[in-house]
Design a protein around this ligand. Structure first.
Ligand code: EPZ
Length: 416
């Protein structure tokens, strides 16, 4: 298992281009199941989770031609199973459930087990599919879904689940009649999927609101689409620039989708300027502790909580960080404390007391965003930081080491 070795304490300077959004590309790849033919997807990020999804769809008969754009040929559907081996490494594999029942009227998808950050059940996905006429049975750890035909339904989600909203939207686009999803997730990535489905011929109203109205159509067409930029990758580089007190311009950034994040960086004393598609962090701000509370979009994203905590660990004063989305998303705390951070956790609340300087040390990545926070902290820590188990990072960050090295970081990847 590789590790990343960082000599911290150097300010980052220069320009970094943001890649396509992982959490938009994953549902959009699944959505190609809905229409036989050749889809053309541009700006698909070169990530481990994307490769895993292509392998999974390949098992079902889809074919791919790598390049820019990525060509996805979904003409021949020969299978409808997402095996445990795949789902246990990537929960987003459950996103094939909705499109498979819509196209093939059946699916056999492994129930995702728990994961490092929480139980993450899919009860809302299943409740919505049953409302549309899908018969769901659980058999030896698999969700067996069957439907003679899908019909429209009125669905109110208990919680605005992102992939739950996406699964139900993908099932509804080919159902007979109209489906309304209340308390729908409003994340930009959900909007990107909705726009892709619309290009395929779907009839969706309320995109970007918490009520999605989908009028089913008899069939959809393959589409050409460009994946939106990744707001969480952008926020991660913001944190890296701010913690090292550098001057960095982040280009191809989805600035409009980062309001809550930019607001908190500004409150913390980070000097920022932005255009429609780029953000510049200016050197020289004095970091002060600010409180954050994660919340579904447009609130502060849970996927930025760990990275922001790393920044707060060297800010002046205290910061209270409340995680309201996942029940166990503080796995990075004990690792940040190995670097000298002063953090106290009580339930879903972490109190960070800023230190003048962190000290490098070997630390362990536990999940995707926790590992990003350890890299951010290591960039500022004095001495050497080694981040182990970097396969977590490969799932969500394209060319992280290369991009940071190009900004002047003393960072390398070492086969361990
Ligand atoms: C998506 O996960 C993202 N993944 C996550 O990003 C992100 O952290 C999360 O949304 C929240 O924004 C993808 O889009 C592939 P949820 P998802 O369903 O859809 C509970 C990353 O780092 N819930 O919105 O799995 C659940 O337990 C990843 O890129 C139910 O109770 O998240 C959680 O507490 C990590 N029942 C809350 O809702 C359900 O049926 C939010 O989960 C579904 C969810």
């Amino acid at each position: 298992m590789d590790k990343i070795v960082i000599e911290g304490g150097l300010p980052l300077n220069g320009e970094v281009k943001i890649s396509g959004a992982k959490n938009a590309a994953l549902p959009i790849l699944a959505a190609t199941l809905l229409a036989p033919g050749v889809h053309r997807l541009a700006n698909v990020p070169p990530l481990a989770d994307i490769r895993t999804t292509k392998r999974l769809l390949g098992l079902m008969g889809l074919q791919f031609e790598d390049g820019e754009p990525l060509l996805v040929d979904s003409t021949h559907l020969t299978g409808w199973m997402a095996p445990y081996e795949t789902v246990k490494t990537m929960r987003a594999a459950v996103l094939v459930l909705g499109p498979l029942v819509a196209r093939a009227r059946q699916a056999s998808v492994s129930l995702p087990g728990g994961c490092a950050i929480g139980a993450r059940p899919i009860d809302q996905h299943l409740k919505g599919l049953e409302a549309m006429g899908v018969k769901i049975t659980l058999n030896q750890g698999y969700v067996e879904a069957k439907a003679k035909r899908l019909h429209g339904a009125e669905i109110t989600l208990d919680t605005p689940t992102v992939t739950g909203t996406e699964n139900l939207m993908m099932a509804a686009v080919l159902a007979d009649g109209t489906t309304r999803i209340h308390n729908a997730a409003q994340e930009p990535e959900v909007m990107d999927l909705a726009r892709f489905l619309t290009v395929m011929g779907a009839k969706i109203e309320g995109i970007g609101t918490d009520v999605l109205t989908i009028h089913g159509v008899p069939e959809l067409q393959p589409a050409t689409y460009t994946i939106m930029p990744d707001r969480i990758e952008a926020g991660t580089y913001l944190a890296a620039a701010a913690i090292t007190k550098g001057q960095v311009t982040i280009t191809n950034a989805p600035v409009a989708h980062l309001s809550a994040v930019l607001e908190k960086f500004h409150e913390a004393g980070v000097r920022l300027s932005a255009t429609e598609s780029s953000i510049t962090v200016h050197a020289g701000g004095n970091l002060t502790g600010v409180d954050i509370r994660t919340h579904p979009y447009p609130g502060f994203p849970t996927d930025m909580q760990a990275q922001f905590m790393a920044l707060m660990s060297v800010a002046r004063g205290a910061s209270v960080i409340t995680e309201t989305i996942f029940e166990n998303r503080f796995m990075h705390v004990s690792e940040l404390k190995r670097l000298g951070a002063d953090i106290t956790v009580t339930g879903n609340l972490a109190v960070v007391r800023g230190r003048r300087q962190l000290q490098g040390a070997p630390v362990m990545a536990t999940d995707l965003r926790a590992s990003a926070s350890l890299v951010v902290a290591g960039l500022a820590a004095a001495g050497t930081t080694e981040v182990l188990r970097v396969y977590h990072l490969d799932r969500g960050y394209a060319q992280l080491v290369e991009k940071l090295a190009a900004l002047g970081a003393r960072i390398k990847r070492v086969a361990a």
